[in-house]
Design a protein around this ligand. Structure first.
Ligand code: MG
Length: 372
């Protein structure tokens, strides 16, 4: 089922306090909404914002829709933005629940195969009281009571119709769906799927995030190009004058090729040859930054950022030292990272082997990717 996500983030969140609404406050170094969006990586997302937050939201890289005065109106604005786009199912989620897991999202999508709606909830475990003036006035039977969470999942056309005919004032989308006669299945929720409501919730959310295993990926790359006739070589994006050239299908930038293969390796995405087959004439003489840009773009599309990389060039000549800083800067520029994350160094092979005989240049690279 073609599924989209509406993240509702237009509220002003008066209970939290603070200079900015809670969904824009910082959680472990990035806005709450950046964490929420990361949970839905790879899915089509519509973010419903308050008009005052447009400048903040524009950097997030998702479709923006301005919400209305109420939560209902904001959800309807999001649904309208998806109308006619072929979407068959929609998950409607509070922007202030940044810890929702992929497993919960998958359970909800699976439940829509057999239900018009599905929503996560947890059974109430504590005893419930009704209080009056600071005293217990009555015990409340908790049998059959659930604590509702989001995302709430629905087939698209019925929930759009339900919102259109609802008079407004609903607490959530399940209430809107039920008012229209839709069945909503309860799916097992998660204790960690917190709704950030009070200042202390931020400390809990940070502790949960820190406890999650960080996904770190490492790859290596190795490449060799033989010398040929010429008066320069391309190494790590820098044109270096030399009495010979390097032979290759592209510009033969052996250092950049090794680095590109290291990134593909970290992603288990093969090597340059898989993505840019040498049999394809369009890559003849290609500048190698095309390959490196593709590899780092693929990493980012999977939610990874470069932690650091280290490239070693193996040759007797040309001397790399005078060009190493320019190479570092150029690789960093191509990948869009700080130069402090890029190392370029060189060694000779003590006149041994093919590099020692100056038949060609070899390069090794290691790249570490971390989940952004
Ligand atoms: Mg190569």
């Amino acid at each position: 089922m073609e599924t989209a996500v509406i993240i509702v983030a237009a509220g002003r969140g008066s209970r939290m306090g603070g200079a900015v609404p809670k969904q824009w406050q910082m959680l472990l170094g990035k806005p709450v909404l950046a964490h929420t969006l990361a949970a839905f990586r790879g899915m089509r997302v519509v973010l419903v914002i308050h008009p005052d937050d447009r400048a903040r939201a524009e950097g997030l890289g998702v479709d923006l829709v301005e919400g209305g005065a109420t939560r209902d109106a904001s959800v309807l604005a999001g649904l309208r933005a998806l109308e006619g786009s072929g979407i068959e199912a929609v998950l409607i989620h509070d922007g202030a629940r940044p810890l929702v897991s992929r497993a919960l999202i998958d359970r909800l999508v699976a439940a829509l195969e057999s239900h018009a709606g599905a929503a996560p909830a947890l059974p109430v475990a504590d005893a419930l009281w009704r209080g009056e003036n600071g005293f217990v006035a009555a015990a409340v039977d908790r049998t059959g009571l659930w604590r509702a969470q989001t995302p709430q999942a629905f087939r698209f056309a019925p929930i759009l119709a339900a919102h259109r005919q609802h008079p407004g004032g609903a607490a959530d989308d399940v209430e809107v769906a039920r008012a229209a006669g839709l069945d909503v299945a309860i799916v097992e929720g998660e204790e960690t799927n917190l709704k950030l409501t009070w200042p202390a919730d931020f400390a809990r959310a940070e502790a949960i995030l820190k406890g999650r295993a960080m996904d770190v990926r490492m790859g290596n790359g190795y490449d060799v190009h033989a010398f040929c006739e010429g008066d320069h070589v391309w190494l790590c994006g820098v044109k270096v004058p030399h009495g010979r050239g390097l032979l290759g299908h592209s510009d033969a930038d052996v250092g950049m090729h090794a680095l590109t293969d290291a990134i593909y390796g970290a992603l288990t995405e093969g090597d340059i040859g898989r993505h840019f087959p040498p049999s394809d004439p369009q890559w003849k003489g290609a500048a190698s930054h095309i390959f490196l840009s593709h590899a780092i773009g693929l990493a980012r599309s999977r939610g990874y950022e470069l932690g650091n990389c280290d490239v070693t060039l193996v040759c007797e000549r040309p001397k790399i030292g005078p060009h190493a800083l320019a190479m570092q800067a150029e690789l960093a520029r191509i990948m869009g990272v700080d130069a402090g994350r890029v190392s370029v160094k060189a060694t000779t092979s003590e006149r041994l082997g093919f590099t020692g005989r100056e038949e060609g240049i070899a390069a090794l690279a290691t790249a570490v990717l971390v989940q952004a």
